[in-house]
Ligand binder design. Structure first.
Ligand SMILES: Cc1cc2nc3c(=O)[nH]c(=O)nc-3n(C[C@H](O)[C@H](O)[C@H](O)COP(=O)(O)OP(=O)(O)OC[C@H]3O[C@@H](n4cnc5c(N)ncnc54)[C@H](O)[C@@H]3O)c2cc1C
Length: 317
């Protein structure tokens, strides 16, 4: 019997790799047309744009090993250690940790990690204990153990009410974000890599995707505040002109963009923080992902998946 991992974001893929590395048969199910989850890259005009996570940082040696391998193979590169704060009509640079980007889009890194894994595109509906408590059943398919690698609200939907301990563990609410991709005929804004927007009711962040991608295309990606996203979740396309206007205001851009597109993230970021890096119960259903961390980011999601993969492999052996 195999372990079924539901969710092929970076945490699910990290869990699956760890299980496969321990000799455990594993299959990964994801409902997306492409894997990667919130490390999402789209190709609006045939050019890759990161529409989910903007970048990642590295502090843990285990993640650093993976990142250095990506760097050696030209998949990831250090992007910048200087972002700006946008407010009162000014951009004030602030240095911080190195932020990493991927010229092929962050999704390409998850695809690289998933090399050799068995992946299937399917939207999972339910995960239940088998008859008389024997094993687990995922949409009719038997499994020895199940990893749910996704935001808490999405994992909760898959579990029956009798799994009380599991449901009690999944209590972290997530905040929404809208991501606007806007293209101009030419870049007419001050040079910056990324800017945290302070005190704006619509925007929280703007990235220069041309500088991030290193092709200097005149493309900006802006993220909304959770409050603005919550108001427009039902009709995200209607938010595009408002977000584009807010970007032009913040950066002093006179021209209108030549194209815009909005991506809706109903569950973008966990609102809470946890000390625990994963959860694994007596039914052999485990949870991992960025919410299993006190710093919910790409790196934390990777480490959470790895830790849960190891724990499941130990439990099975
Ligand atoms: C707008 C935005 C900006 C961000 N910015 C940054 C940043 O700059 N730096 C940073 O480090 N992090 C950032 N993050 C957070 C980062 O993207 C996440 O921490 C990380 O990608 C989470 O990975 P994950 O594997 O835990 O979950 P996810 O990537 O969400 O993966 C979950 C997967 O489960 C799948 N799934 C869900 N339900 C089902 C189902 N029923 N059946 C099958 N499959 C299912 C989904 O399709 C998805 O692929 C950002 C996130 C967003 C949305």
């Amino acid at each position: 019997m195999t372990v079924i991992v539901v969710g092929a974001g970076i945490s699910g893929v990290a869990a699956a790799r760890t299980l496969a590395g321990a000799g455990v048969p594993v299959v990964v199910l994801d409902r997306g047309r492409a894997i990667g989850g919130r490390m999402a890259s789209r190709r609006p005009d045939g050019r890759v744009v990161d529409t989910g996570a903007s970048y990642f940082t590295v502090s843990d040696p285990a993640f650093d090993e993976v990142v250095q391998d990506w760097r050696r193979r030209g998949l990831a590169r250090p992007w910048t250690d200087t972002f700006s704060v946008a407010g009162d009509g000014e951009l004030t640079p602030k240095s911080g940790p190195m932020r990493w980007a991927a010229n092929g889009g962050l999704r390409s890194l998850v695809e690289d990690l998933a090399t050799g894994l068995e992946l299937r595109q399917v939207s999972v509906e339910s995960v239940e204990p088998g008859v008389e408590g024997a094993g687990l059943v995922v949409d009719g398919e038997a499994a020895e153990a199940v990893v749910l690698a996704m935001p808490d609200p999405q994992a909760r939907r898959l579990l029956p009410p009798e799994l009380t301990a599991e449901l009690a563990a999944l209590t972290d609410p997530f905040e929404p974000v809208l991501a606007l991709t806007a293209r101009w005929a030419e870049a007419s804004w001050p040079a910056f890599d990324g800017a945290f927007v302070s005190g704006d009711p619509i925007l929280s962040w703007i990235a220069d995707d041309g500088r991030r991608r290193d092709d200097f295309a005149p493309v900006l990606v802006a993220h909304s505040t959770p409050e603005f996203a919550a108001e427009h979740l039902g009709a995200p396309d209607e938010a595009a002109p408002l977000m584009a206007l807010a970007v032009r205001d913040v950066l002093g851009i006179a021209a209108e963009p030549t194209s815009t597109a909005v991506q809706r993230w109903s569950f973008a970021r966990p609102a809470g923080r946890r000390e625990q890096t994963y959860w694994l119960g007596e039914h052999r259903i485990g949870f991992c992902g960025d919410s299993w961390s006190d710093k919910p980011r790409v790196e934390a999601a990777y480490l959470s998946g790895m830790a849960l993969g190891r724990a499941v492999a130990d439990q099975l052996s």
